[in-house]
Design a protein around this ligand. Structure first.
Ligand code: 5AD
Ligand code: SF4
Length: 486
């Protein structure tokens, strides 16, 4: 359902004669024109046109996909669950090689669908499209792809689709970088009660293994008043939990006319009436401030979970990664956070198999896992990304060595995470009820620390906050029971 506000903006285009040059007015113009084209197509088809957006990768991409879906809904498409649709978008990821491989496999499958439905439109966007090599391959080997765009011009979807529908055979629009932040466009919510909000785009850290700074460009922060306005709007649509999103949220505010720290922003967002929970992704250990720790400690709306990407526990490797902290500094930071926020849960990202990583380096990582006591960890095997400094480093590890390090790490992570999760058994905690489990029909709720609890209950509890007794820890989730409010 499109909001009245956006509906009004699209309808206002009737009086516009020249194509606007400024954004987002320009996109509203194309949305209005697309509505006309799409209603003609509906008559031919004898029903609504359908769309499917498939997201690969991280929370940023998930958020971008909500924006894409918002535009498609606004111009008259109806969402469907599978790729058998009139418009399919793959929002791609390129952080690791296997993300690319998955995308290529599935684009081939789209080609077979298009043979059955020649009117189908296929669009590719996201991080992979910011890589020349990938785009060249798609241009040559997947000629049936209609539209290609990148991370810097997601907002142009209406314009690009209009050009394609209006006769251009193939529309390719890619920007190397941008200073622009275009917002105030319709957006669909995947969940009605929780949503991500971008606070900044891009990354300037240049960790030596990471492709993100090349495909998402330089850091730029949104103005705090725009962020707060978006949060208010989301609350008016029923959202209770907000996840503030940025590649490195500690750098928030740089370059703004009036400098605002991330901690201050967190505080401002928490004052929006109707928000019950706030999360954020992702801080960088090198500059997590005392001010931020203090804000998390005192602000009851901020979840007691800090996701603190470690990547590696060996100071030698951390230096080669350009992470700008040592093992000792990381552990000091963990101690400081735990001292000020005793009930905090820490989670992390860890990567094994970076060039030159020895068994001893791997042991250092495992040592940090045991000392920091992460409740959960995303674990990865280093993947060589062309164009990054690490790709040119000597001593790239063999697959066998990487797998050996990975297995050892995984065993340690699982052991520690299970022990940490077990500590909460028997406690009563608050959950946000998120979905009905397809397999067992139970409700699934998310704890403050991000872990899941399954419990019996009525579907009308979806989207509400409930107090739940954590009866049994099953490793990474719990079986629970709702406790009546008194
Ligand atoms: N290989 C493997 N993992 C990577 N990540 C980033 N770049 C790479 C890479 N080249 C992981 C990091 C980061 C997470 C989002 O993805 O752990 O925190
Ligand atoms: Fe990549 Fe490092 Fe930026 Fe994270 S902080 S996106 S790992 S460069």
């Amino acid at each position: 359902m499109i909001d009245d506000y956006y509906e009004h903006r699209i309808r206002a285009v009737d009086e516009v004669i020249l194509i606007p040059e400024t954004e987002p007015d320009r996109q509203y113009y194309f949305m209005s024109k697309l509505r006309e084209l799409i209603s003609e197509k509906e008559q031919e088809k004898g029903g609504k046109l359908t769309y499917h957006v498939e997201t690969f990768g991280c929370q940023m991409n998930a958020k971008d996909s909500e924006k894409l879906a918002g535009i498609l809904s606004a111009v008259g498409y109806e969402e469907v669950e599978t790729e058998e649709a009139d418009m399919v978008i793959y929002n791609t990821c390129t952080v690791r090689e296997n993300a690319n491989t998955r995308v290529y496999g599935r684009i081939g499958f789209l080609g077979t669908l298009k043979k059955k439905n020649p009117d189908m439109h296929i669009a590719l966007c996201g991080c992979m499209m910011q890589e020349e090599e990938a785009v060249e391959k798609i241009k040559k080997s997947y000629r049936f792809v209609d539209i290609i765009f990148g991370t810097h011009n997601i907002y142009q979807l209406a314009e690009l689709l209009y050009r394609r529908m209006n006769g251009e055979e193939r529309v390719i629009s890619l920007l190397k970088d941008t200073k622009l932040i275009v917002e105030d466009l319709p957006s669909e919510l995947k969940f009605s009660f929780k949503a991500g909000v971008n606070i900044m785009y891009g990354c300037d850290n240049f960790c030596t293994y990471c492709i993100v700074p090349y495909v998402r460009g330089r850091e730029r922060s949104r103005r705090p008043e725009d962020i707060v306005k978006e949060c208010e709007h989301l609350v008016s649509r029923g959202v209770r939990e907000i996840m503030l999103l940025g590649q490195n949220v500690n750098s928030y505010g740089k370059g703004l006319e009036e400098q605002v720290s991330f901690a201050k922003l967190l505080h401002m967002v928490s004052e929006v009436p109707g928000i019950s929970r706030i999360r954020f992704m992702t801080p960088h250990p090198k500059d997590l401030s005392d001010e931020l720790i203090e804000e998390i400690a005192v602000n009851k709306k901020v979840c007691r979970q800090v996701h603190l990407p470690l990547q590696c526990g060996s100071s030698r490797i951390l230096q080669k990664m350009n992470r700008r902290y040592t093992k000792e500094q990381y552990l000091e930071l963990v101690d400081k956070i735990r001292a000020r926020i005793p009930d905090v849960s820490l989670s992390t990202d860890i990567m094994v198999g970076f060039p030159g990583e020895t068994d001893e380096d791997n042991e250092e990582t495992i040592d940090v896992v045991r000392k920091a006591r992460f409740i959960s960890a995303f674990t990865f095997i280093y993947s060589k990304r062309n164009g990054t400094p690490a790709a040119k480093m000597d001593n790239q590890l063999s697959e066998e060595e990487q797998n050996r390090h990975f297995k050892k790490l995984l065993d340690a992570v699982n052991e520690v995470a299970t022990e940490e999760a077990q500590r909460a058994e028997g406690q009563i905690q608050e959950v946000l009820v998120e979905e009905i489990n397809q397999k067992n029909g139970m409700l699934t709720g998310r704890l403050d620390n991000g872990l899941l609890v399954h419990f019996d209950g009525n579907a009308d509890l979806l989207g509400s906050l409930q107090r739940v007794l954590l009866k049994e820890c099953k490793g990474f989730y719990y079986i629970g029971e709702v406790v009546e409010k008194n």
